[in-house]
Design a protein. Structure first.
Length: 614
């Protein structure tokens, strides 16, 4: 199934508007209770394309295109849509505000009790989580960009007041989310002889070398990163002093929430209230690390910098987060590619060290960090080709591109999903769990990111085919009727044996699909990959065509025959156009040169036949 970003995004917008708005007003979210994560995801389904895709812009009503207006008619008319979005965003900001008037980042019904018969308390539902911090960063930046453009199109005092109120609330939420992300970052240092140390050595060594040899390689390979972390101790990163000992192992990344004893951020021009004590263990999760990386990269995107969306305090926080962003990418990329032969990441499925879990989902999350790092450092062809193969294997093992067998346990990857205990959450009363059901959507997102990065024709072709297969799998999982019709997720549509898996609206999967389509649009906006072989062939064809054209011009004046003159001018124009495309689109230049050569040959034959008749 070919990915058609514009058409499919409009389909999602139409369904989202129908489900989420009534008479232009945002209707309440999930019936399972409030969740700032789900509510942010729902709004991002609309706002993210509107701020990232020029054809979908809503901040300049006079330029909104007709098919966009038809898709969003459930929200309002051309002039009403921006105002109703502002009202909906303001409603979100007010709803997710704590008792002290500071922004709240509740996980809500996304948290699950460890006891199937138990329930989470109201206090537990209000706990902040990295998913909410990261989603809030993306939502707030999209909102600030939207407001900056829209306010220039209106002079109505009441609208300007609404814009200013939303901007103040959005800036407060953005700053608070960035602070929470800083306080959720952790470096975990542990002994090589500990249970966690032995497990890490087993994962990266793959039982091919002695533990001592693996430890020495780890120490040598990660020495520069260890030194950077030690130097960063003065920049707010709390690390056990034992990290200076090279016989110690370590991991870095994001815990599930603010870590226990995390210091409050106080070195800002404006003091930010609402920095609750953390309860999360100092244990990095690859899943929450990926989630954090996705949000943090929006802070230094071209759009954020061009529009100047960050104030002075936010720029300071952004630099601190960027340091942690780079540390995490470098660490997990090095661990994923550890050793000289087979990568640990290629030894599926990935085993987490702290939680002692293994799943294809964790392989995908580590691969996602690797993709981030490949984008950052401009990957080599070898790294890219091996990562493509990993994605193909994950799609097969996850039964995205292969058939589900009878009583296949893989169904649990999609429904009910992969579950992780949130270490330290028991301090709130009872242990909480976090469940991930978006394997296929995350897989598609990373495939499209890799395809956008790739400048290798073979690798990109494999990725595009894999993306189309994965997208078709996901598109078929839309809910067909009832609540959430034409949104996600109904796994029974692709896995008939998924007994008990009733359709359930998932804003998480829907938002990931929206991100994928925006990324696919960016991929298609790129120039096609240039083939050196075709470029050389096209250059040779154009050289011959230019020579024959010059020879043909010697035979008769362009003005001596009106029809011939037009033909010669047409050939000259097409040759110039083909030459202009030679460097960027050699295949097109090749295709344009062939009919020119054929036409020149026809002219030569006609002239030869005329000479014989004379």
């Amino acid at each position: 199934m070919q990915i058609k970003p514009r058409q499919h995004l409009l389909d999602i917008w139409r369904a989202t508007a129908r489900h989420s708005f009534e008479d232009g007003k945002l209707v309440p979210g999930d019936t399972d209770g409030l969740s700032s994560v789900a509510d942010a995801e729902r709004l991002l389904c609309l706002l993210y394309p509107a701020t990232e895709v020029p054809a979908f812009r809503l901040d300049q009503p006079d330029t909104t295109e007709r098919d966009v207006l038809r898709a969003l008619e459930g929200i309002g008319s051309r002039l009403e849509i921006p105002l109703n979005l502002i009202t909906a965003l303001t409603q979100f900001m007010r709803t997710h505000t704590g008792p002290d008037d500071s922004p709240a980042f509740s996980g809500g019904h996304y948290f699950k009790p460890s006891d199937p018969a138990g329930e989470i308390t109201h206090a537990q539902a209000q706990l902040g989580v990295v998913d909410s911090y990261s989603m809030s960063v993306t939502l707030c930046l999209a909102t600030l960009g939207f407001l900056k453009v829209y306010e220039a199109t209106t002079t109505r005092p009441e609208v300007r007041r609404a814009v200013e109120e939303l901007r103040e609330a959005t800036n407060a939420r953005l700053t608070s989310a960035m602070i929470s992300l800083l306080r959720s970052f952790t470096v975990n240092v542990f002994d090589a002889e500990s249970e966690q140390g032995k497990r890490l050595i087993q994962v990266i060594g793959q039982n091919r070398q002695s533990d001592r040899a693996v430890l020495q390689q780890f120490s040598r390979r990660l020495r520069p990163l260890r030194a950077t972390i030690i130097e960063s101790l003065t920049r707010g990163i709390q690390v056990d002093e034992s990290i200076r000992d090279e016989s110690q192992l370590f991991e870095c990344g994001w815990a599930w929430g603010v870590v226990r004893d995390a210091p409050r951020v106080t070195d800002l021009d404006v003091q930010v209230p609402g920095q609750p004590d953390g309860i999360a263990d100092r244990l990095p999760y690859v899943y929450f690390t990926v989630v954090a990386l996705d949000g943090i990269q929006d802070l230094f995107s071209e759009r954020t910098l061009t529009l100047g969306l960050l104030d002075a305090d936010q720029q300071k926080l952004s630099e601190a987060l960027r340091l942690r962003w780079e540390l995490s990418q470098q660490y997990w990329s090095a661990v994923a590619r550890f050793g000289a032969d087979r990568w640990p990441l290629e030894d599926l499925p990935w085993q987490t060290t702290g939680l002692r879990l293994e799943s294809e989902y964790f392989s995908l999350t580590v691969a996602a960090i690797l993709v981030h790092d490949l984008v950052r450092r401009k990957a080599t062809d070898d790294d890219l080709t091996r990562t493509v193969a990993i994605m193909e294997r994950l799609a097969d093992r996850g039964r995205v591109t292969s058939r589900m067998t009878r009583n296949d346990p893989t169904i649990a990857l999609h429904n009910p999903g992969v579950t992780m205990p949130l270490a330290g959450s028991e301090r709130s009363g009872s242990l909480l769990l976090w469940r991930m059901t978006d394997f296929s959507a995350q897989l598609l997102k990373r495939i499209v990111q890799l395809a956008e990065l790739s400048r290798n024709i073979d690798a990109q072709d494999r990725l595009l085919r894999l993306a189309e297969q994965t997208f078709e799998h996901l598109w078929n999982r839309r809910i067909e009727e009832g609540t959430g019709a034409d949104l996600w997720d109904d796994v029974r549509n692709v896995y008939p044996d998924a007994r008990g898996a009733a359709p359930r609206l998932s804003w998480s999967i829907t938002e990931r699909l929206t991100e994928c389509l925006v990324a696919a649009r960016n991929l298609y906006e790129q120039e096609p990959i240039r083939s050196p072989e075709l470029a050389q062939l096209a250059r040779e064809l154009l050289s011959e065509a230019t020579h024959l054209f010059g020879k043909e011009q010697l035979e008769a004046s362009a003005g001596s025959d009106g029809g011939r003159g037009r033909t010669m001018r047409s050939i000259e124009s097409r040759l110039e156009h083909a030459r202009s495309l030679l460097d960027d689109r050699p295949a097109t230049a090749f295709a344009l040169a062939l009919p020119v050569l054929q036409e020149l040959d026809t002219l030569a034959q006609a002239r030869g036949a005329a000479a014989q008749e004379v």
